[in-house]
Ligand binder design. Structure first.
Ligand SMILES: [Zn+2]
Length: 270
């Protein structure tokens, strides 16, 4: 995020619900693009996806999107930009997605359904943005919440049952559900769930805070290793720490290579 998001955290907390929920706390971590590149170099990471957050203030979203797009232009061989909108903005959100796509964005997200207020919305209200994402072949990255376990800032209530409702309403959209989808992959052992997950992927963001490293192996058995995208959640977790945890995942060499990049390259067509 731009450095001035950090220096103006009180002001932005006053206008954006998602920012307030994640960054009002003075110990919340911020990172600029240079911090990300340095951390990638330390961990031996070639390419990162810079995600946004599910902003609720359109101006905050536009500035954050522009920052990601500029970062991906500056480091064109190292960074891939995602952009964020609130689907409930309707045609304004569609215009922002199209603007960002034309400027190089490859996906949409991270979205935060709790603070963005679309958990209880009529799913038809999401159609303009989700249909645009499908046409532009942009996967939608969405925060997910475990219905059990400890709480944490921004955990929310985007549990597997709600994610399945989205998947069933938009079966042709590509989705990436963060944080191993709040445990949704475990239900991939149910044949009808597995069939519905045909365009769904799961990232491992912040997994050291949530699961033992065996989560990769368990999810691979439940839904297939090709659905797992390695993610750190930098700066919350450094890439180095996440990769060290991943080393204990128990995946074989081929699956490991997919999770560490080949699967994401496939999803993003890069
Ligand atoms: Zn998240």
């Amino acid at each position: 995020m731009p450095a001035w998001f950090e220096t103006n955290r009180e002001r932005i907390s006053g206008i954006d619900r998602t920012f307030r929920s994640l960054f009002a706390d003075p110990i919340a971590k911020f990172a600029q693009v240079e911090d990300l590149i340095t951390s990638m170099d330390e961990a031996g990471v070639d390419v990162s996806v810079c995600a946004g957050f599910g902003w609720t203030d359109p101006e905050t979203a536009r500035i954050s999107n522009d920052y990601n797009l500029e970062a991906a232009r500056t480091y064109s061989d190292r960074l891939v930009a995602f952009c964020s909108v609130n689907p409930l903005w309707g045609e304004d959100a569609v215009a922002e997605v199209k603007r960002c796509h034309a400027a190089g964005a490859r996906g949409i997200g991270e979205l935060h359904p709790d603070t963005q207020g679309f958990l209880n919305a009529d799913l038809a209200a999401l159609s303009p943005v989700f249909d645009t994402a499908r046409k532009l072949e942009m996967p939608i990255l969405m925060h997910a919440s475990e219905p059990v376990g400890h709480g944490y800032p921004g955990k929310g209530t985007v549990t597997p049952d709600l994610l399945m409702a989205l998947v069933n309403a938009f079966p042709d959209n590509a989705f990436i559900f963060s944080h191993f989808g709040g445990g949704l992959p475990f239900y991939g052992l149910m044949p009808e769930v597995m069939a519905a997950l045909k365009n769904v992927y799961f990232d491992s963001a912040a997994f050291p805070f949530l699961y033992r490293p065996e989560v990769f192996d368990v999810v691979a058995k439940a839904v297939g290793a090709d659905k797992i995208l390695f993610a750190s959640d930098f700066p919350l977790v450094t890439q180095k720490r996440a990769l060290t945890g991943f080393d204990a995942s128990g995946l074989n060499a081929q699956d490991s290579q997919g999770v560490r990049g080949a699967n994401a390259a496939h999803v993003l067509s890069i």
